[in-house]
Design a protein. Structure first.
Length: 211
């Protein structure tokens, strides 16, 4: 358990260092056995310690004196639905959130969109924060994807570890910034579905693969 909390704290510190989600916005979690550790509600990332992380079981019950992040519901539902999720990162990063505030996802303007697992990065419709309705639309937007935007809200990214989820959230923010800039100079060329399918196949063997 201590290792999982330490891993989560390191991800929080890394996210804070690059100012991916300012103040107390956003939240992170890491799966651990029959539950998961999540950041506490309303605590600034630069004041967090490993023993402040909140453990929640798969019935949605929290342990300890601190309240879990208000968004614990979609963390719980993602872990229930996605065996591939070992960690989750939710941010209010600037450019991705700007697109989300227009209700826009990120199309295949760049091949790296495939890093999120599909031909595009969807934007879930707006629902009030910290509700089951938000969790439901987030799960739908994440179908066959590892990241999505949330209208008028932010970003969810998941990965095999919380470090990988954070890395993907950073990639989504970079893509959002590039997409916004490309629109300002006349608009990007959108890659075809056929090309994105080729990219997705190549991503399956990209980088250092386990032996």
């Amino acid at each position: 358990m201590a290792d999982a909390r330490t891993e989560l704290l390191a991800a929080c510190q890394a996210m804070n260092a690059v100012r991916l989600s300012p103040g107390t916005s956003g939240n992170l979690s890491v799966r651990d056995g029959e539950g998961y550790w999540i950041t506490p509600s309303g605590v600034a990332y630069d004041t967090l310690s490993a023993d402040m992380m909140v453990f929640m079981d798969m019935d949605g019950k929290a342990e300890g004196d601190l309240k879990p992040s208000s968004e614990w519901r979609f963390h719980l539902d993602i872990y229930r639905a996605r065996d591939d999720a070992g960690g989750i990162c939710h941010t209010h990063s600037t450019h991705a959130t700007a697109l989300a505030c227009r209700g826009e996802g990120i199309p295949a303007f760049h091949y790296m969109v495939a890093a999120a697992g599909g031909r595009d990065i969807r934007c879930a419709p707006y629902r009030t924060f910290a509700t089951q309705d938000l969790s439901d639309v987030a799960l739908e937007a994440l179908q066959d994807r590892r990241a999505c935007l949330l209208s008028n809200h932010g970003v969810i990214a998941l990965g095999a570890s919380v470090a990988k989820a954070l890395k993907l959230a950073q990639e989504v923010e970079t893509l959002a910034e590039q997409y916004i800039l490309s629109r300002q100079i006349g608009g990007p060329t959108i890659l075809s579905d056929a090309e994105m399918d080729v990219v997705l196949e190549k991503f399956g063997t990209y980088g250092q693969q386990p032996k």
